[in-house]
Design a protein. Structure first.
Length: 468
């Protein structure tokens, strides 16, 4: 009998040590179902002490560990490789909300808590946890922090990194590092939490976090504006920021191709406009004063944009149902793409001022080198993050098109680099983009990253093969 697994069963109970193929399969397959790894077992600890004990056992026997939350990542960062030597440490049982401090505006949660659960618990206290993304019903806080997730509200509230005040982490040696004080000022040396946020489990395992909360807004108003070009969208963004300041919470760009795709695969989700437009912006205000104040601000902004010829039309949601319908147009884009067929996804960022230039230049390059290919462009324009996806031409087998993914990636990533951007904005690097880093990161940056990895995980046991 495997000595390690025997010890694991004794430690956390046999029912939480999964080895049967049917039981382990969901933990070994990536979210996009394009890669399936292998593992000795899936281990499901129930608390931080058990995580630490399991890590010590694995470290003693030099067994690699792959921490996993909701397994909703898109870069093969939370599944093991094909070698079969690793164990998966599934943190789903660490799902307790340990404390809510409404005065300090903080919540202490374990890493296996579902993001939507955290949002709902905050609302019970009249507070807002603003991190919001399409997978919020299944992704976990540990995964959100490990990938420094972004989402739709980064424009106002920042990434996951900005929403975290403290961490509890199990190190590669199995020690428990606890810094869950909920302080906004703590200038006592290196801020270690920032090493682990965005590290994709390669330096240690996040087991709990102190999250920032905010007052619930008095009003939220959503509008969809129709316009002709991404450059007009940028000008509208500047106008909205000037007029609405911090009340501007979301500013999402969607091309007409996105809305057509959503309407095709979700007949109940249709554009509210009578005619098609090349581009759309979904914007939302969160107002701390009143609904009347928010409505006046939004109407004034949209009216000025219409007068200036920046937008051709706009609709403002007048009910919760209409708000949900507008957001469904944005949130169903990825699902519509999946139903349409395989596509080549890019999660990129460029300086906000250069987004329009990037889209125009990259679209033109793709049309020349891959005639007929379709670009599905959408994302968080307010923070410079685009999901710039490329689909096969109509009538072409998508499998044949995907075979050319490396060439498409090179064209897109080189264009991103020329425009001063990043090849990963919010999804991380994982295994999928690992080999691209040396082309776009300097030798100095990569060496410093390797030095940190070597210092904290000298035997390369923490999620090996990811990032570096």
């Amino acid at each position: 009998m495997n000595v390690l697994l025997s010890a694991c069963r004794e430690l956390i109970g046999a029912t939480h040590v999964l080895t049967d193929a049917a039981d382990t399969a969901p933990y070994l397959r990536d979210q996009r179902r394009r890669f399936t790894g292998r593992a000795q077992a899936v281990l499901r600890p129930g608390n931080s002490a058990e995580v630490a004990a399991l890590v010590r056992l694995c470290a003693q026997q030099r067994v690699p560990m792959v921490p996993q939350g909701g397994n909703t990542g898109l870069v093969e960062g939370s599944v093991p490789d094909a070698g079969g030597d690793a164990v998966v440490l599934s943190l789903g049982r660490l799902n307790n909300i340990r404390a809510v401090d409404a005065v300090n505006n903080t919540m202490t949660v374990e890493s296996g808590c579902i993001l939507q659960t955290v949002q709902e618990r905050a609302a019970e206290y009249g507070r807002l946890f603003p991190l919001s993304l399409a997978a919020e019903g299944s992704c976990t806080i540990g995964g959100n922090l490990s990938t420094n997730a972004g989402g739709t509200a980064v424009l106002r509230y920042g990434n996951a990194r900005d929403l975290c005040l403290g961490l509890e982490v199990v190190t590669a040696q199995g020690d428990l590092l606890s810094s869950l004080r909920g302080l906004r000022k703590d200038n006592t040396g290196y801020d270690l939490r920032h090493l682990f946020i965005g590290a994709e489990g390669t330096l240690g395992i996040i087991t709990a976090a102190v999250l920032k909360l905010f007052p619930q807004p008095k009003a939220r108003l959503t509008a969809l504006a129709a316009l002709r070009t991404p450059q007009q969208a940028l000008t509208l963004l500047t106008m909205a920021q000037d007029r609405c300041a911090a009340t501007l919470t979301a500013f999402e760009l969607m091309s007409d191709a996105c809305l057509q795709l959503v309407g095709k695969h979700f007949p109940d989700a249709q554009s509210p406009f009578a005619v098609r437009h090349p581009q759309y912006v979904l914007l939302e205000l969160s107002d701390s004063e009143s609904e009347a104040h928010a409505e006046a601000m939004l109407q004034h902004t949209l009216g000025a944009a219409l007068d200036a010829g920046l937008i051709d039309d706009a609709v403002v949601a007048s009910s919760l149902a209409q708000t949900a319908a507008l957001w469904a147009l944005r949130e169903r884009i990825s699902d519509a793409q999946a139903r349409e067929g395989k596509n080549i996804k890019h999660d990129i960022s460029v300086p906000i001022s250069r987004i329009a230039d990037f889209i125009d230049a990259t679209d033109a390059l793709l049309r020349r080198q891959f005639p007929g290919c379709r670009t599905i462009t959408f994302g968080h324009l307010g923070d410079g993050n685009l999901h710039y996806n490329v689909a096969a031409p109509d009538g072409m087998d998508d499998t044949a098109f995907i075979a050319g993914q490396a060439k498409v990636n090179r064209l897109v990533y080189d264009s991103v680099d020329r425009h001063g951007g990043s090849i990963s904005a919010e999804h991380g690097i994982g295994a999928l983009k690992r080999d691209e880093l040396p082309r776009y990161k300097s030798a100095v940056e990569l060496q410093l990253m390797r030095n940190i990895k070597q210092a904290l995980d000298p035997f390369n046991l923490m999620n090996p093969g990811k990032i570096l």
